[in-house]
Ligand binder design. Structure first.
Ligand code: PBG
Length: 327
């Protein structure tokens, strides 16, 4: 057969396959999300996320050590407070759970990069991501509280803040508050392209943050939309976002590719709780090979164009990269 071009030629042998590989991964791109809660000596497994835990501040330290040993040097904290109220005051309390966790981590692990999720839903009695006016989330009244929350995290020692509430104008409000307090070099990673997704289900179990009534569709995006995501990303960049996140990951990689083209800041992709839960469940049933699926889904996110990957599998991925299995 006279065939000059044979794509298979470049697929023989691991050395050649690695030479021509298009997607390279590095553990420094990984962020591990973790849940911190009130109490002492607590490490409770999240039922819908086997292998993931809620840590009290003391047990968190051991986990942070393990992450560093595994080659993961960035974490994102979610707080589970001891009390909730209408206005989510635990979110911006100077001695709130995230503030204390960050302060401790800052002191004990200076080499760790500490990011905080900025949102109200874990702290409000109604579970919505802002303060209410009737049955609606009051956008503009929420901005001030988000800015206060972000500032309190930075004052406790956070290196970066990541607002996930999806209120309009929050990046500008947070930027203004941080700058006014002198934190001009603290970056904002905006959950700009965040869809109203059933993939957050296990997270809401973990954080006890499901809305008490209604849903989040008046602030998170409709998953039928693509151009709207670009609009959100462009707006947040204008408001001063340093990094744009797309969330969830697996079913939204088209958006990662589009956002990568549309903006000139780093793009992050968040493989959320439901993605983790599906892989775990499939693996526990013996239907899929967990390690291979972890490698493939991580490579797919980077292939789509993300620069940063948030995942509950961060330590495993770091190990697979170190072992040369991927990347
Ligand atoms: C807070 C927040 C959520 C997630 C990250 N930040 C939940 C939600 O929006 O309901 C989801 C993360 C995950 O599912 O892993 N608003």
């Amino acid at each position: 057969m006279d065939m000059k071009i044979r794509p298979r030629r470049l697929r023989y042998g691991e050395t050649l396959r690695k030479m021509v590989r298009e997607t390279r991964m590095d553990a420094s791109s990984l962020i591990y999300p973790m849940f911190v809660r009130e109490g002492n000596g607590i490490r409770e497994e999240i039922p819908t996320m086997p292998g993931q835990y809620r840590y009290s501040i003391d047990t968190m330290e051991k986990k942070l050590e393990e992450l560093l040993d595994a080659g993961v040097s960035s974490v994102m904290f979610f707080g589970i407070p001891g009390y909730k109220d209408e206005v989510g005051s635990g979110a911006y309390a100077a001695d709130g759970i995230v503030q204390r966790a960050v302060a401790r981590a800052r002191r004990e692990f200076p080499e760790l990069y500490l990011i905080t999720d900025v949102c109200m839903c874990e702290y409000t009695s109604h579970g919505h991501c802002g303060v209410l006016c009737g049955h609606d989330v009051d956008n503009d009244a929420t901005l001030e509280l988000l800015a206060k929350t972000a500032l309190s995290h930075v004052q406790a020692g956070a290196d970066m803040v990541a607002p996930s509430d999806m209120m309009d104008g929050r990046v500008a409000a947070i930027r203004t508050a941080l700058d006014a307090a002198g934190h001009i070099n603290t970056p904002i990673m905006s959950y700009a392209v965040k869809y109203a997704s059933a993939f957050y289900g296990p997270f809401r179990d973990a954080a006890g943050s499901a809305p008490a009534f209604g849903d989040r569709r008046s602030y998170q995006m409709d998953y039928h939309n693509s151009r709207e995501g670009i609009k959100e990303a462009l707006l947040d960049v204008q408001e001063g976002a340093d990094i744009i996140m797309v969330k969830p990951a697996m079913s939204y990689l088209d958006m990662v590719a589009k956002i990568k083209e549309a903006v000139h800041v780093p793009v992050a992709s968040y493989s959320v709780s439901g993605e983790y839960a599906m892989i775990k469940a499939g693996a526990q049933l013996g239907y899929i090979d967990e390690e291979k699926i972890i490698c493939e889904t991580a490579a797919a996110a980077f292939r789509a164009g993300c620069d940063i990957y948030l995942t509950y599998y961060a330590p495993e991925i770091a190990r697979f990269i170190a072992e040369g299995r991927i990347g």
